[in-house]
Design a protein around this ligand. Structure first.
Ligand code: SAM
Length: 282
């Protein structure tokens, strides 16, 4: 759905509007247009969104939509979408990303209403662009659970995933989380990105253990995203590994079968292994 920028009347429905994560200059013209013309804006904190509306010189009715009242107010909001343009924002960034909203989208769709997105800033994606780590595959982890056992379990669950990991974290918990990540995942390369798009934006890179040590006695202020490199490539098997595996396989199998089995298990070339197996037999 393309929102026409010249129309002051928005079609009824739900508009998911991304807002800046620090620098107000990052509010897109389309986001500003929708916020200025929505019949109502569902907000996490009306004081935060009032500041944004002041920045674009507008005032719109706001209705609170957050974790504590969402169940109660959602049906009413969805009903209004039949005749009104309802915008959804979070305090900062993209709604639904570690923020409320997915059930509102689900229910708006189920009711047959228009659902439009106005994409924009998201701390997870911004952190990835700063970290200098692979971006071809990444897993958004969001916030880890606060309780110790649940946190360890959550890290163990993603330990084998061959993707860069993106986690939201707070300053006081940063060092302990980095140390636990190092312990459970191995000492991978990582980046701590902080205060993105704000005056003191920074990205500090190093291994997880080195970063944990750096922040142990100096918890940083501000908002933080941790980016962790994928697990290293498995160490390729050597010729000696191949010979040892072949020798064992030849006690059970023909040279052809042994070469096939070892090639598959160790990722080595089957033809070379076959020649080697014949030589070993001889
Ligand atoms: N929906 C938001 C988004 O699109 O990124 C995220 C909301 S989540 C409740 C808030 C967390 O996002 C913060 O605790 C921090 O981890 C991260 N975050 C938000 N703004 C940030 C910024 N400017 N710099 C670094 N991290 C930020």
């Amino acid at each position: 759905m393309i929102v026409p920028m010249d129309s002051s009347v928005l079609s009824p429905g739900l508009y998911i509007v991304a807002t800046p994560i620090g620098n107000l200059g990052d509010l897109s013209p389309r986001a500003a247009h929708v916020l200025a013309h929505a019949d109502a804006i569902a907000v996490e904190d009306s004081r935060v969104t009032a500041g944004l509306l002041r920045h674009i010189g507008t005032k719109r009715p706001m209705t609170p939509y957050h974790d504590h009242n969402a169940e109660a107010v959602r049906p009413g909001l969805v009903a209004r979408m039949g005749t009104e343009a309802i915008a959804l924002v979070s305090d900062a960034g993209t709604p639904l990303i570690s923020d409320p909203g997915f059930k509102l989208v689900r229910d708006a769709r189920a009711a047959g209403h228009l659902v439009a997105t106005i994409p924009g800033p998201c701390a997870a994606v911004a952190a990835l662009t700063l970290a200098g780590l692979p971006t071809d595959r990444f897993l958004f982890v969001g916030f880890l659970p606060p309780k110790a056992q649940a946190k360890t379990d959550a890290i163990d669950e993603i330990g084998g995933v061959r993707a860069t990991l993106v986690l939201y974290e707070s300053g006081p918990r940063l060092a302990a989380t980095l140390a636990l990540l190092a312990e459970r995942l191995g000492d991978r390369e990582a980046a701590v990105t902080r205060e993105i798009t704000k005056r003191f934006e920074e990205a500090v890179t190093g291994t997880l253990a080195a970063l944990a040590a750096r922040y142990a006695d100096a918890p940083p202020k501000g908002e933080i995203v941790i980016v962790v490199a994928p697990p290293g490539e498995p160490v390729p098997a050597s010729e000696a590994d191949g010979d040892a595996a072949l020798a064992e396989a030849l006690t059970r199998l023909s040279p052809g079968q042994a070469a096939g089995e070892v090639a598959k298990a160790l990722g080595l070339d089957r033809k070379t292994l076959y020649a080697r197996a014949l030589a070993m037999k001889a």
